[in-house]
Design a protein around this ligand. Structure first.
Ligand SMILES: [Zn+2]
Length: 64
């Protein structure tokens, strides 16, 4: 189980930040109500980026 905080930004300017369990249903609901689109959790996660952490990272991120 992950408590990773993600941000999803929509093309319309809407954005949501939170844990996966909050961001996925919020984004699906947004797409359904504002864009008449039915996104899947996989599509939402593909759009999601890691939210900026409040606490400074002690180790450099290994992004290779
Ligand atoms: Zn939107």
């Amino acid at each position: 189980m992950t408590d990773e905080t993600l941000t999803v930004r929509c093309a319309c300017g809407w954005a949501t930040t939170g844990v996966v369990a909050d961001v996925v249903p919020a984004t699906i609901d947004h797409g359904r109500r504002l864009h008449n689109m039915e996104a899947t959790p996989e599509q939402v996660l593909a759009m999601a980026v890691q939210a900026e952490a409040d606490e400074p990272a002690s180790a450099p991120a290994d992004v290779s």
